[in-house]
Ligand binder design. Structure first.
Ligand SMILES: [Zn+2]
Length: 145
């Protein structure tokens, strides 16, 4: 079970991450708008332009995906289920949660899933998205406080 101060730290970490994402999303939006104004500028090679734009779209997909994870983590926090592993129902552990507030798996299930994802990813090489490694969902540096 999480203590009140652990819950408080989790709440703050999630709120902070959500703010950061929303700010990024706004910057992405103004990037897209600037691009509209620049259409027709012949100094930019068309394929580079296209590439830039699809990178931007992908980033925003990733932000949306992350935002969904953060929002559901906040819901789980408020309903008191954030430290339950969605796979086996065992407690995830405060230390792991504080390092990765959006995680939904205990360390044992996480390792199990990573093995599965690694074998699936090899088969799906070259097409579409690679599975997102969970460890990169939050900014590095939260663990060395
Ligand atoms: Zn588990």
């Amino acid at each position: 079970m999480l203590t009140d101060s652990e819950r408080q730290r989790l709440r703050e970490a999630l709120a902070l991450e959500r703010q950061r994402l929303l700010r990024n999303a706004q910057e992405g939006l103004s990037f897209a708008m600037n691009r509209e104004r620049n259409v027709g500028r012949d100094s930019i090679d068309e394929s580079t332009e296209e590439e830039l734009f699809s990178t931007e779209l992908r980033l925003r997909d990733r932000e949306k995906w992350l935002l969904g994870k953060i929002n559901s983590a906040i819901e789980r926090l408020e309903s008191g289920t954030i430290d339950e592993c969605e796979e086996c129902g065992e407690p995830i552990g405060a230390k792991r949660l504080l390092a990765r507030p959006v995680t939904t798996l205990c360390i044992a299930c996480k390792e199990e899933r990573e093995k599965e994802e690694a074998s699936t990813a090899q088969g799906a090489r070259g097409g579409g998205f690679a599975p997102e490694p969970e460890e990169s969902t939050l900014t590095p540096g939260t663990s060395d406080e």
